[in-house]
Ligand binder design. Structure first.
Ligand code: G3P
Ligand code: MG
Length: 486
């Protein structure tokens, strides 16, 4: 994999990278680096892993937020940071294709429709090529749904992309969410039900999905966040050998968290061990905490511990600190709450950073995955390429990718940096004027996802493109007479 220079991202080189008087660049992977905090790894390829250079700072945001809690800085501010390019985020080299794909339905009606559609497509080769050369990446919360409530226009948009259009063709799309906390399969099942469209795990990326690559580096991990103990299954599916959930530690010693939330049901699911003898390798936050106090306490305990061992305190907490990874950095997200968007994992992270700074006097180094991080978009490309193979038997990336999102600081910022077309919708976090001032959507602002999809499809396939399949279509007339479609 090529190495990235600061100049690739349009910023000035840091003193170290420029060969100045700064510290030498550390070329080790996160695994090696965990034993010597303070140094930063640079991209490296090993086995099935690719390491993508970070596009946001690895240094705590706490100082910046402690006096002025505001939304994320603009793209320009992020990219101008001298600390932004020192670390790397491992991602899988290629996505795992699941056995749960639910794209193809084979009932008699769909078979005869597919035959008719392929005849129509044979007559419209240019449009078909254009349809296969475009794709969508959809944010979920605030674009397709609010929590478990679908956004109605999203159902129509997905139906059209799934073939309810004049060509009867599937226009590829993936779902790229900063959400998480349960397995990809469980979330896809839930989404398929509420959106009334089959969503395959092969077209689906949660905030923590690319973090499966970290299982190549760390064996024993504390995994935090999400409902119940579902993140345990997520981490085990990713291949982490020894997954510890905070409830396991509470079951071993409830006094470790003075104001814990710990029920009989929690105890039944927990897997207590003698944690005085266990060395943790890393901390992974996969989703919003449901017990802030316990998660704060355990994370701070491990960050300050001697080499990742509970009940200890390191003489030099910085030198022996184990690494911490957050699956995403959003400060707020839209829910079914009628008021302003609600706080989410970014706010939790900033609180950890502030506590660490207050206790040690130094800024916490951490890695944040999720949109707008480049690694997440790089992984999305891999998923999209693989999905193209499944639905169109083509092993290439579409040239015209449209990110549809509601959060300028994550969806739009990341999409713009990655060179995608970006569409901002008004059904979620964004509640501003004509466009977002700091991270403007380059394709435009739309009232909802359906309007964004229609605009993009018309741009690529023509203003007259019909967003409805006509079961009485005459393939012969279709090629040169659009009236063949009602
Ligand atoms: O930031 C919280 C998360 O739920 C946002 O999800 O789909 O808007 O990226 P999404
Ligand atoms: Mg969103």
């Amino acid at each position: 994999m090529p190495r990235f220079e600061d100049s690739d991202f349009g910023v000035e080189a840091s003193p170290a990278a420029a060969g100045g008087s700064g510290a030498a660049v550390d070329a080790r992977s996160p695994r090696d680096r965990s034993s010597m905090a303070g140094s930063l790894p640079i991209p490296n390829d090993a086995g099935n892993i690719t390491e993508i250079p970070a596009t946001r700072s690895s240094i705590s945001d706490a100082a910046q937020f402690m006096h002025n809690l505001s939304l994320s800085p603009s793209t320009r501010d992020r990219r101008g940071s001298r600390n932004s390019f020192g670390t790397s985020l491992p991602i899988p080299r290629s996505p795992r294709v699941s056995r749960l794909s639910s794209v193809y339905t084979a009932d008699a009606a769909s078979v005869s429709r597919d035959i008719l559609a392929s005849q129509v497509q044979d007559m419209s080769k240019e449009k078909v090529a254009a349809a296969k050369n475009m794709a969508f990446a959809f944010d979920i919360d605030g674009v397709l749904a609010h929590g478990n409530e679908p956004i109605e226009e999203a159902k129509d948009a997905l139906r059209m992309l799934n073939g309810d259009n004049e060509l009867g063709i599937k226009i590829p799309y993936i779902l790229l969410t900063n959400g998480g906390g349960k397995t990809e399969a469980a979330r896809c099942k839930q989404l398929s039900e509420i959106l009334e469209a089959p969503i395959s795990t092969d077209q689906f990326i949660q905030s923590h999905t690319p973090m499966q690559a970290l299982s190549e580096y760390y064996d024993t991990v504390l995994v935090c966040g999400g409902e119940g103990q579902k993140v345990r299954e997520v981490a085990e599916n990713y291949g982490f050998k020894n997954v510890v959930h905070p409830k396991d530690i509470l079951a071993w010693d409830p006094t470790i968290s003075p104001w814990r939330v710990f029920t009989d049901e929690d105890r039944a699911e927990a897997k207590p061990r003698d944690f005085s003898k266990i060395k943790f390798d890393a901390i992974l936050v996969f989703a919003d905490s449901r017990d802030y106090q316990t998660d704060f306490q355990l994370i701070i305990d491990l960050l300050l511990a001697e080499d990742g061992k509970l009940l200890t305190r390191a003489k030099d907490p910085v030198a022996s600190r184990i690494p911490i990874y957050f699956s995403q950095g959003d400060l707020v997200f839209p829910t079914d709450h009628k008021g302003p968007p609600r706080l989410t994992q970014g706010a939790f992270r900033i609180a950890i950073e502030a506590q660490y700074k207050a206790l040690t006097g130094v800024d916490l180094e951490r890695v944040v995955y999720g949109k707008p991080e480049r690694a997440t978009y790089t992984y999305a490309d891999e998923v999209l390429r693989s999905w193209m193979g499944q639905i169109h038997n083509q092993n290439h990336l579409p040239q015209n990718v449209y990110m549809v999102g509601d959060n300028p600081a994550s969806d739009i910022c990341g999409g713009n940096m990655y060179g995608w077309n970006t569409c901002l919708v008004r059904t979620g976090v964004f509640q501003g004027g004509d466009n977002d001032e700091q991270n403007p959507a380059n394709f435009g602002v739309f009232p909802n996802v359906l309007e964004a999809v229609k605009a993009a499809v018309r741009k690529e396939l023509g203003q007259e493109f019909k967003m409805k399949w006509n079961p009485k279509v005459n393939p012969v007339l279709h090629s040169n007479n659009s009236s063949a479609v009602e």
